[in-house]
Design a protein around this ligand. Structure first.
Ligand code: AHR
Length: 499
């Protein structure tokens, strides 16, 4: 929680004892798709001539993630991707116009998740797929009985169930690019019917409803229809919503620096609006308060300029320092909104719109400008959200999708803070979006020595993709003297101190 007031001299007051909700580590999750070089050449790279970068499974050892989804799912038939590899069929892939060889399927994804320590999250084919096929996939992954698909998994060499907990009910079913696009009402009814059947087969799973951008009538319609209680009065069971999370997606970008760095704030507003839709549906369905309220799964987010990184060419971005600041703002938002957001997945994890790039000659990886803030948040911004009071001046220009029309301000400093319970440390992340001004800031709630991690570079348009690491994390120690710290222009700074 960051409260903000306009002021000409900046100040940040941190309240380490004002602990709010715990932060779900899944807000730093990743997303993978059979798109461009994300899977083939990204996480799976058996042809790589550099043996030391690839393990015996053909997996790259220098990259990682969690969710498998995207437009690709709308024609994906999971059964084509299991069993002996030389027997797996290849099919035209319609979302990105390639050929899917099915060499990397369910068992490979599960093995890879296990190796990198990630929890799998799968998306069901709501396009050309059937409910039967979805049930069979769930049984293949999680089944423990003597059934056809649990036995198929065993026959493929995997005696233990994978216990896949997270399942998405389709991807962007509202989009006109989607194969078998649906109206909100048609999607909502289909999702409800599939959810009922899937939970009958495995009540332990979590189902993620397909939302739009959050502040959209699609979100309202599908939530209103699907957050409704199952009722098993005869069994004396409590009413439970079938839906566990609501997915929203947003990509932001602009060639204008200020529009680019303030753009993620639109997502903050979308989270607030979608949360209000969730609450309305939850109240109206009269779900008992003892049942958890569904939360938001922001399962695709990032900076993406489609004109710069074309989807059908693999969407390889060349991120600037300005984009790194935008990613810092994105991550601050997930921390600030961590009471409402249970999971967030950077799209994507390798090569496609990614902070991590494998070099095309197979010789290693490049960390893009956006890697710095992502790494810092994953490492340090955990534990509990804590309260912060921010005062500074604000940017008054044009914003992404003109979202400031809804009473929002865009302060030049963007801030969130956490208390890391396990290490007894306070973490304060400050993005100074200003391209010319350092912010000499009065800091309340901290004095003495602090650890500093700063992501910065010589200008907002520098990138790391031209052979040189121009933007990186600089680590140092500093003294907060007389309660002041200077946040340099165009930087992401993480200050860390003992509580
Ligand atoms: O991440 C690239 C694409 O963006 C995904 O396939 C889709 O879900 C979204 O439109």
């Amino acid at each position: 929680m960051t409260t903000y007031t306009h002021a000409s001299s900046p100040s940040i007051d941190v309240f380490p004892n004002h602990r709010l909700n715990p932060i779900n580590r899944n807000i730093y999750a990743g997303f993978t798709e059979h798109m461009g070089r994300c899977i083939y050449g990204g996480i799976y790279d058996p042809e790589n001539p550099n043996n030391e970068l690839v393990d015996e499974n053909g997996f790259r050892k220098d990259s990682s993630a969690i969710q498998a989804s995207g437009n690709f799912c709308a024609t994906y038939h999971w059964e084509d991707g299991v069993g002996p590899r030389d027997k797996r069929p290849a099919f035209p892939e319609l979302a990105w116009g390639t050929v899917e060889t099915n060499q990397f399927g369910t068992d490979e994804f599960m093995k890879w998740c296990k190796i990198v320590g990630a929890e799998p999250y799968l998306c069901l084919n709501f396009g050309t797929g059937t409910l039967d096929e979805a049930l069979h996939w769930l049984d293949y992954c999680n089944g423990t009985k003597n059934t056809k698909y649990a036995n198929l998994r065993r026959a493929n060499g995997h005696p233990e169930p994978y216990n896949v907990k997270y399942w998405a009910l389709g991807n962007e079913m509202w989009g006109d690019w989607q194969i078998e696009q649906l109206t909100a009402a048609a999607y909502a009814e289909k999702a409800h019917q599939w959810a009922k059947a899937l939970k009958l087969l495995d009540p332990s799973i979590q189902l993620i409803l397909c939302g739009a951008e959050g502040a959209n009538s699609w979100d309202y319609t599908v939530l209103k229809h699907c957050i409704r209680a199952t009722k098993k009065d005869d069994l004396g069971e409590e009413r439970k919503p079938l839906i566990d999370m609501h997915s929203i997606h947003l990509y932001t970008a602009s060639y204008d620096h200020y529009e680019n760095v303030t753009a993620p704030l639109a997502a903050e507003r979308n989270i607030e609006v979608a949360s209000a839709f969730i609450d309305t549906a939850y109240y109206e369905a009269q779900i008992p308060a003892s049942q958890p309220r569904p939360l938001i799964c922001f399962d695709e987010w990032n900076v993406w300029m489609p004109a710069r990184a074309v989807g059908s060419s693999g969407a390889e971005e060349d991120y600037t320092l300005s984009d790194a600041l935008a990613v810092g703002v994105w991550l601050n938002i997930f921390v600030r909104k961590s009471a409402d957001v249970a999971m967030a997945n950077i799209a994507q994890s390798v090569n496609v719109l990614s902070p991590l790039m494998t070099k095309k000659d197979g010789s290693g990886i490049v960390k893009q400008t956006t890697w710095g803030p992502y790494e810092l948040f994953c490492k340090y911004m955990k534990g509990h959200l804590i309260a912060v009071q921010l005062a500074c001046d604000d940017y008054k220009g044009k914003t992404f999708k003109d979202y400031t029309r809804v009473t929002r301000k865009t302060p030049y400093l963007d801030v969130s803070a956490t208390y890391d319970d396990t290490e007894g440390m306070v973490n304060l992340c400050v993005v100074n979006m200003h391209k010319e001004d350092d912010y000499d800031t009065k800091l309340g709630g901290v004095s003495g020595k602090v650890q500093v991690f700063e992501v910065n570079g010589e200008a907002i348009d520098v990138t790391n993709m031209k052979g040189e690491q121009k933007v990186d994390i600089q680590e140092k120690e500093a003294e907060v003297k007389e309660g002041r710290y200077v946040f340099p222009k165009h930087s992401v700074t993480l200050l860390r101190w003992k509580a």
